[in-house]
Design a protein around this ligand. Sequence first.
Ligand code: 13P
Ligand code: ZN
Length: 265
Amino acid sequence: MSGFIRLCNDGWTQGWHERNGGNATYRMKPEEVDSCRPFFIEGGDWIALDVEMENLAGEYFITTGTGKHFNNVILEPEISLGITEINEKGNAYRIVWGLNNGKDRPTSEFPTHLLNHSIKKAANPEYRMIYHAHPIHLIALTFVLPLESKAFTKALWKTMTECPIIFPHGIAVLPWMVPGGVEIAKATSALVGEFDAVVWAHHGIFCMGTNFDTTFGLMHTIEKSAAIYMDILHTGKPILQTISDEQLLQLEEPYNVKLNRDFID
Ligand code: 13P
Ligand code: ZN
């Protein structure tokens, strides 16, 4: 729980969470659930999900609450955050801790988070963290780059040398959609089998990982590269040199990564 709180507060200090912007969920390990069990409230109502995810049956998730401000998480985690249990069919949840004694609700993006958790868990059970934020420079980029995975991946890879090492598979991009519903959840989940980061145009980004550090670090790296890219544009000067595709490929052997060939010309 302290790691989750720290992630929320780190995101707040980065400026990624105006008002209630952004949300996060973490699939707990059985031993973590056991250590929290003495604090659980009994008898919460089951609330139906519009999606059914059999492989999440019986899982417990830490989640941010809908409408909760990230800067309050560190001050009142039992109001801003909650722990939810998924039923044995994987189509309903109940609150077992926090969220204002169960009176409030998980993030409006809960369906998107759970669908993505289901796909990530099936592909690799080590994946536990999903984090959505509104990073400033990345959102700005969605106005000036084509809304294509290749355009975003290459722009970011070539702006900062660490990027191809940290996200060798690249990042995916979705056009603008209404947030909070099943449609955007399904569009995002169609991409997360392949990608750990999905940009929502004019809105923000979803990052996924095995723990708090890798997930936050992925978001931080993407946003920093976007910030450098925007700084370059602001100079108004012509770009005289960049990292070539050939140079990108030179990173593979020393850093033991395989770059997504869809994005190499
Ligand atoms: P919630 O407050 O419901 O988590 O919504 C914030 C958000 O960023 C929606 O995309
Ligand atoms: Zn959002």
